[in-house]
Structure formats: C-alpha cells, structure tokens
Design a binder for this molecule. Structure first.
Ligand code: RI2
Length: 309
C-alpha cells in the first residue's frame, strides 16, 4: 500500500493530478488507502509508517495548503486512538469524509458564485480552477447569457482545459494569451479565479499571473472574485509563516537549445494577490470579504488546526 502513496505523490508532483482541490482529495484518499491496506498490528508501527506516508504526500507540492489541510484532517484522530484498528478506521473514515465535504463545497461555491453573473456579462477566468469553472458552468446551467475570456496560463496552458470544459458545457468562451489580460479587461465585468492558499490576512495565492488580473481589474473597476473552499485557508499563516511559492523546472518554459545556455530562466508557479484587490472570496460558508478570513479560519479550522510551533 506504500505504492499508492508514492504513486499519488508522483502524480501530484508531475501534475497528472493538479488543481488545489483535486490534489487535496487525492492526498487524503491516498492516506485513506494506506490505512485500509495496512497489515501491521501495533499502534506504534502504524503511527510511524503513517508519518512517513504523510511526509511523502506533503513533499509533492509545497504551495497549496489544501493538500496539508486535507491530509491533516484525515489523520486528526490518530493521536487519540487506543488501538491500531481504531486508528486505521478513523483515517479511512476521515479521508472519505474530507473528500465528500470537499466535493460538496465546490458545488455550494458554484451556486453562490453563479448569482453574481448576470445576463450580458463578460467574465474572465485564469488557469483552470474547478471552483471558478463551477461558478461559470452553474450560471450557464441557469440559462444566463454571458461570455467568458479564459487565459492560456503559460507554461502549463491549463487554459486549454478551461476552454474545452466550458465549450463542452455550451458556454460562449474565448481563449486569450496571458499578455492580453489588461487589454481585454476594459470589456470585462467580472473576474472569477481559484485559490491555492488564502492567508489569515486575506491575501490569495493562486496561479502565477492572478495578481496581474487583479491589478488590471482594479484599474478598470472590474469586480474581482476568488472562489475557494475554506480548506484553502492556511492556519500556518496565523502563526506568521510565509507561503512557499513553488518554482518548477525551467524545461517547462523553453525547449532544449531554444535559447543560449547563458540565459537564466525563472519559473515561479504562483503569486500573491493582496486583499485590497479582492472584492469577495466565495466560499462554501458564503461570500465573504477578505478581511473575514481570520475569523472564519478560527471557526472552521478551530478543531482541525494542527499547526504546531
Ligand atoms: P481548484 C491550480 O493550481 C490553479 O492555480 C487553480 O487556480 C488552483 O489550483 C485552484 O484550483 P495548479 O495545480 O481547487 O494548476 O479550484 O498549479 O480546482
């Protein structure tokens, strides 16, 4: 069963499984499967092996706190378990629970966010966020007539996934290159993006380029909404921790021999959008101002805060 942990970690690392919500569910699911297949019979041994499995999963990608929250909510009852069977069962149950809650949260966000889209709107989205795409699809399902601009999102080009998904759902969608954002923002009424991590002071860490959309939206007086489940709230930021911005391989940016060897390449994957550029964060507990993140974090994650100094 260690296999499923290593395989899942590798699929998250190489982005076969991607998107902050999906990696959280995959991570929690892998830990659940690990517990299900565990054949040892001491609690001590289970805790040690589980620790290693958790470390393997969490090392796969550093930025999205959803992975951390998903995995930690799965192992939350292990410390208080008094037998290996009790510990195993709690992990299996909590993993299933997290995945179900996560999927339901995305659906709730879609229903809440869809209310912000009106007939005649032009909407912009960035990268490929299941929460943001869910909002757009739900508004379309409700019969609203609007159009969508979706950014390409170099270097992984997740925008291709977004436009394909939206086109298949029947949405009027246009693909733009990332550098067209400010030009197109003049014609855009509302922006919906996802989130990988939301800090206690309401900043949103999302796909690189998100803060450029936010700045352009601010300048053009376009509404800027973040769609994010509360397990994207980072308890570590309450303790003052910085969010690590993942830097990926330079080969994602240019192919071999395309540029002189002396040229350096920098490939940061996420950026941070300050709270002041965000009109609201659409969560499963409602549409909230970024200034409310701290209090919701305490309430939502209160008994699930595993952050230890
Ligand atoms: P959902 C993605 O990261 C994008 O940054 C996206 O906006 C965010 O996760 C949230 O996605 P990546 O895995 O959870 O593509 O809304 O690097 O699907």
């Amino acid at each position: 069963m260690q296999d499923i942990v290593a395989e899942t970690a590798e699929s998250i690392r190489n982005m076969t499984i991607r998107g902050a919500g999906r990696i959280a569910r995959a991570g929690a699911g892998a830990i659940g499967a690990f517990a299900e297949g565990y054949t040892g019979n001491t609690l001590e041994g289970f805790r040690t092996d589980l620790d290693e499995a958790v470390r393997t999963i969490l090392a796969s990608r550093p930025t999205a706190v959803s992975l951390w929250n998903g995995v930690h909510s799965t192992i939350r009852d292990v410390d208080s378990s008094s037998s290996v069977d009790q510990a195993r069962e709690s992990v299996i149950r909590n993993a299933a629970d997290f995945c179900a809650r996560s999927e339901k949260a995305v659906e709730t966000i879609a229903r809440i966010g869809a209310k912000r889209i009106e007939d005649g709107d032009t909407v912009m989205t960035h990268c490929n966020s299941s929460a943001a795409v869910g909002v757009i699809e739900e508004a379309h399902r409700q019969g609203k007539e609007f159009r969508v601009f979706a950014t390409e999102s170099r270097p992984w080009r997740q925008g291709i996934l977004t436009v394909t998904q939206l086109a298949e759902a029947g949405v009027d969608v246009t693909l733009i290159i990332d550098s067209a954002v400010r030009y197109v923002m003049n014609d855009t009424d509302k922006v919906f993006v996802g989130a990988d991590t939301i800090t206690s002071h309401g900043a949103v860490i999302n796909k690189i380029g998100t803060s450029q959309l936010a700045l352009a939206a601010h300048e053009a007086r376009t509404q800027f909404y973040v769609c994010g489940e509360t397990y994207k709230f980072s308890p570590m930021t309450m303790a003052g921790d910085m969010v690590e911005i993942e830097e990926r391989e330079t080969s994602e940016v240019v192919g071999p021999g395309e540029i002189p060897d002396s040229v350096k390449i920098y490939n940061p994957v996420f950026d941070s959008t300050p709270a002041q550029y965000i009109d609201a964060i659409i969560t499963e507990v409602g549409m909230v101002p970024p200034t409310a993140v701290y209090s919701i974090m305490v309430r939502q994650l209160g008994d699930a805060v595993f952050y230890k100094e």
